[in-house]
Write a protein that binds this ligand. Sequence first.
Ligand code: RET
Length: 231
Amino acid sequence: MHFLAEGDLVGVTFWIVSVAMMASTVFFLYEGMNVKREWRLSMLVAGLVTLVAAVHYMYMRDYWVVNQSTPIVYRYIDWLITVPLLMIEFFIILKAVGAAVSTGSFLRLLVGTVVMLIFGYFGEAGVMNSTIAFWIGMVGWAVIIYEIFAGEASKAAAANESVRAAFGYMRLIVLVGWAIYPIGYVLGYMMGGVDEGSLNMVYNLADFVNKILFGLIIWNLAYNDSSESSH
Ligand SMILES: *C/C=C(C)/C=C/C=C(C)/C=C/C1=C(C)CCCC1(C)C
């Protein structure tokens, strides 16, 4: 049997995030029952993101505790499911307020996501040169940033009073919160100055911000919009 050791700081961060993901899931699903009908799907998806992450974090935590090395496969399977779900949120909140965005816009986000993650995986798993993989992955992220800051989805959000602020915070997370991952990658694989433990703590912190805080922003939007109209 392998249990978490007192001195395993990285293991402790895996543990904390796995429990936080579970608790957030309950919170999002529970609150989803109290908001206006239009916001229920957004809350459900926020809860699915943290649920999927909670499951992977249980495995990643054990993998780390036993092997003391990066659970690359679990990490990327998790991202491959949760990142598209986070992208879908941009469209669901627009839809909740009746703004229409084309499927082309959504497809661009999806393609950007897949390119970013597949090449990130190739780089981390040693399938290809980590620097080349990194730059191709960066192009994928750039496509996402363009779409939500200057593309169709951003224009639809700008034209709508009730989602404008939340959309702004959500895309700030994609710009700033998401930047933590490539920074960790550069430090861990390209500059060689960071060990696996530190890289995992960076990724764990990033997941906490980008999944839980992101969901809380959506909850805040849904909550305010629901209480305004309840009287
Ligand atoms: C919940 C998980 C999230 C939001 C994961 C996001 C992951 C990224 C933004 C990864 C980005 C990367 C690049 C932009 C370049 C290549 C290396 C990656 C995959 C770390």
